[in-house]
Ligand binder design. Structure first.
Ligand code: 4AD
Length: 463
């Protein structure tokens, strides 16, 4: 069908006044007088609605008058500029075809619905302004990320979703099995025998594509993976999801400093890209979600990020004029309240925390000369906390082998990973950006459930 998207009309309305237009969409509101009425139509091509004016000249005037919000229409008519009115133009309908009616129970009426309520109708919420803006920006942000890496010579690698190794070593993996749970095969000592499973071994949904992407880094030098990752973390917070997307670049002949420079450049690039290409959406978030958003993001993309070592961060937190729920000591994991203090009260901007104690970080991170800390970095940002976790990788065979053994991990699961250190090993580094956390940061949305089309969290796998 020849149709004009509403976004096109807003780009240059005068172009469309010369001939009859066909527009399609869903009714957002309908107002009636005796002989005429107004419909606000939205087709999802942009945030704005299109005003349709119809009158009793329409052969199906009665049918159109009785339409409920949510109905879908094909409208033909002429575009008239209305510079004096609230909306800059409208369509005077010459025909309205009803594709699908709706009912008075349609849950999205013209009032503000709470995000909690909208989560219960995840199949309908993209039809609201907020979620229309969020998911348009989600799409744009994904594109901006690819654009950044492609323009900078990175090769996109599709790492596997089903894996047999635990990259982060945190044991938060979802098992993948075809075994009959009511009739599990057992070996002599009573343990489940996974050699009878589909892959002949234990397999899981990936928690990170890093280990796999490192192998490609050792061939292409600059690579990234960007895909879904899964964590069976039992943390019911506004920042944790069981299924989320991660952006993971990996660079060879590079150290932690190069890694942080890449992270900063990438984040600034994508913020800039979204602000330039989704101005209406960003204005919407600034007006309705977070009043200081645009000012804050503008500042971030134009300023240098801070750097602090974990050891110095602990000193800052120990001296803080604030009582923390979780005690601060060298060796503790930084909790949300600590991250918030550092980014929102102390530095007031994004900050890289580096050189964490080795005992609270993953096995693959490069041991520093002090023998106690590793070349790790987390990027913390105001409002969201940690959005990036990365490190320089341990490229020395003997160090890595020792660490794997020390942690009681199975050597046979990592033979291929160790071989990278045997054949032409190089300094290399990488990081993981939590895609949803970045999206929360850029939109001001407060809950990760509201930036994922169909969120999966503890006890929630509806839709
Ligand atoms: O710090 P993490 O665990 O790092 C890794 O997985 C590394 N293997 C990445 C790498 O170096 N290639 O996770 C990276 C980021 C976190 O900073 C956070 O933004 C996000 O992933 N993340 C989550 N986002 C939503 N829900 C969860 N449950 C998340 N866990 C981590």
């Amino acid at each position: 069908m020849e149709r004009t998207e509403i976004r096109k009309l807003y780009e240059d309305p005068s172009r469309y006044t010369v001939s009859e237009q066909t527009v399609c969409g869903w009714v957002r509101t309908i107002r009636l007088s005796k002989t005429f009425g107004f419909i606000e139509l939205n087709d999802g091509s942009c945030l704005q609605n299109l005003q349709i004016v119809f009158d009793d000249q329409l052969p199906n005037f009665m049918e159109v008058s009785k339409l409920n919000v949510g109905s879908s229409l094909v409208v033909k008519g002429n575009l008239v500029l209305t510079p004096q009115a609230k909306q800059p133009f409208e369509i005077k309908a010459t025909s309205v075809t009803v594709e699908g009616t709706s009912t008075p129970e349609y849950p999205l009426q013209k009032k503000r619905h709470s995000f909690e309520f909208l989560r219960t109708i995840a199949h309908l919420r993209p039809r609201t302004n907020t979620f229309s803006a969020v998911f348009r920006v989600r799409s744009l942000l994904a594109y901006a990320i690819h654009k950044f890496f492609q323009e900078n010579g990175f090769v996109y690698v599709h790492t596997p979703i089903i894996t047999s190794s635990d990259c982060e070593g945190a044991g938060e993996m979802f098992r993948v099995t075809t075994l009959d749970l009511d009739n599990l095969p057992r070996n002599n000592d009573g343990a489940v025998d996974f050699s009878e499973d589909f892959f002949g071994k234990s397999t899981y949904l990936t928690v990170s594509g890093q280990l796999s992407v490192e192998t490609y880094c050792m061939a292409f030098s600059k690579v990234y993976t960007f895909g879904p990752t899964f964590r069976a973390e039992n943390s019911n917070t506004v920042r944790h999801a069981a299924e989320f997307w991660m952006v993971e670049p990996e660079i060879a002949f590079a150290d932690l400093k190069d890694d942080m420079e890449l992270a900063e450049a990438m984040l600034k690039y994508v913020i800039n890209y979204v602000m330039e290409n989704a101005p209406k959406e960003m204005e919407f978030f600034n007006n309705f979600i977070d009043n200081g958003l645009i000012e804050r993001l503008t500042l971030v993309k134009d300023s240098q990020f801070e750097h602090v070592t974990y050891t110095d961060a602990i000193k800052i937190l120990e001296k803080a004029d604030q009582d923390f729920q979780y005690p601060v000591y060298w060796g503790c994991d930084l909790q949300t309240e600590h991250e918030r203090y550092l980014t929102e009260k102390y530095f007031k901007k994004p900050v890289f925390v580096t050189d964490y104690p080795k005992d609270i970080k993953a096995f693959y991170m490069r041991l520093n000369d002090d023998g106690k800390t590793v070349a790790a970095m987390d990027l913390l940002v105001p409002g969201v906390g940690e959005i990036i976790g990365g490190s320089q990788r341990e490229e020395r065979y003997d160090y890595l082998e020792r660490r794997i053994k020390e942690l009681g991990m199975k050597m046979e699961d990592y033979w291929w990973y160790l071989e990278l250190r045997k054949y032409g090993t190089v300094k290399h580094a990488g990081f993981g950006l939590g895609f949803e956390r970045a999206l929360m940061y850029i939109t001001g949305m407060q809950n990760i459930r509201d930036v994922i089309p169909f969120p999966r969290t503890v006890n929630h796998a509806e839709f």
